[in-house]
Design a protein around this ligand. Structure first.
Ligand SMILES: Nc1nc2c(ncn2[C@@H]2O[C@H](COP(=O)(O)OP(=O)(O)OP(=O)(O)O)[C@@H](O)[C@H]2O)c(=O)[nH]1
Ligand SMILES: [Mg+2]
Length: 318
């Protein structure tokens, strides 16, 4: 077909021709509409984000190079696996984001933050040859602040794996990473090599595990018993001579048709301002003891005391 890219001549004929060759959208989306997950691939420059996506889709779809900063913008890669639609968002490596950053760095950080917001699940890639750096922690902090489901991938395993006792080495590296990014403690961790493809496809098993966790519910009876016990074992600190009191808690209903929604618990209390960060973490851990919710942040929403009737109707509305 003859077209002019500059003046637009012939473009609409071209689009029509493409349209005729493509399968009908209506029929197609019906067959596959059951699930679609957006997964942001995040990390410092050169950790292997683009290589990781190529390794998954088993082709050279996104550009890889030794030059840090190869990917300049977020790129969406569509991929189907086991009847599931995935959108992998390849992001530009996030560098420093501070006073001295160049405008390119600031914009790549902003785009990465947008990718985090768009994503159902965030994958943070860390380069094993460098270990967890301050910048990795900063990105982990962005994911945590956005309260997104998360998986951490330790990449370039081929460059550090020992000749023997690999299982031990893996366990040690995972434990070390968990310690270093303790604030993203809910993330599931995986070790891969994007160049050899080793363990890369385990990502799908992990995603399934996180999806299963997102469907789990903690019964109201169990939840209230465990929270009451947590308050007894270690009472909340007094803040300006007042102490947090819990009246009632329940897990809110998950949103239908939306996969990977983190579990949210609504706590009716005397005064929400009496919950500090430390005690919040403590309560989250007690909930995780009963139901681990791998890969998912636990969201505690505090409400001031209400009469039980309005409390119940608020919960129903959630
Ligand atoms: N040995 C080894 N090299 C890897 C692995 N993954 C990526 N690399 C290499 O690391 C370099 C950077 O890979 P990229 O995939 O371009 O990294 P990126 O994170 O997309 O980098 P930017 O787009 O610049 O942010 C390339 O030379 C890759 O071949 C791995 O698992 N093992
Ligand atoms: Mg890249």
């Amino acid at each position: 077909m003859a077209i002019s890219a500059e003046h637009g001549g012939g473009i609409s004929d071209l689009l029509d021709a493409i349209d005729r060759l493509l399968p009908s959208l209506a029929g197609d989306s019906q067959a596959t509409s059951h699930k679609s997950l957006a997964i942001a691939i995040l990390g410092r420059p050169n950790v292997g984000k683009s290589s990781f996506i190529n390794s998954i889709v088993r082709s050279e779809r996104v550009i890889v190079s030794e030059l840090a900063g190869t990917t300049r913008d977020a790129v969406d890669i569509l991929y189907q696996h086991d009847g599931c639609n995935f959108v992998f968002i390849d992001t530009a490596g996030i560098r420093r984001h501070g006073k001295q950053s160049t405008s390119v760095e600031v914009f790549s950080a902003m785009r990465a933050e947008r990718s985090i917001r768009r994503a159902d699940l965030c994958v943070l890639i860390v380069d094993l040859t460098a270990g967890v750096t301050a910048q990795d922690k900063r990105i982990a902090g962005l994911i945590q602040a956005a309260r997104k489901p998360a998986i951490v991938i330790l990449n370039k395993w081929d460059l550090v794996k020992p000749g023997r006792n690999q299982k031990e080495a893996i366990a040690r590296l995972i434990a070390m990473t968990r310690e270093q990014i303790f604030f993203l403690d809910y993330a599931a961790v995986l070790i891969t090599s994007s160049s050899t493809g080793e363990h890369v496809s385990k990502l799908f098993g992990l995603i399934e595990k996180v999806e299963r966790a997102a469907r789990q519910r903690l019964g109201t009876g169990v939840l209230n018993r465990l929270l009451r016990r947590a308050f007894e074992v270690s009472p909340p600190p007094t803040i300006r001579s007042r102490r947090l009191k819990l009246f009632y808690a329940a897990q809110s209903k998950g949103k239908e048709n939306q996969p990977l929604v983190p579990p949210e618990f609504v706590l009716f209390v005397n005064d929400p301002r009496l919950l500090g960060q430390t005690y919040r973490r403590y309560l989250e851990s007690r909930i995780r003891d009963a139901q681990p919710f791998p890969g998912l942040p636990i969201i505690l929403t505090l409400r001031p005391r209400a009469t039980s009737a309005t409390a119940a109707s608020r919960l129903r509305k959630k």
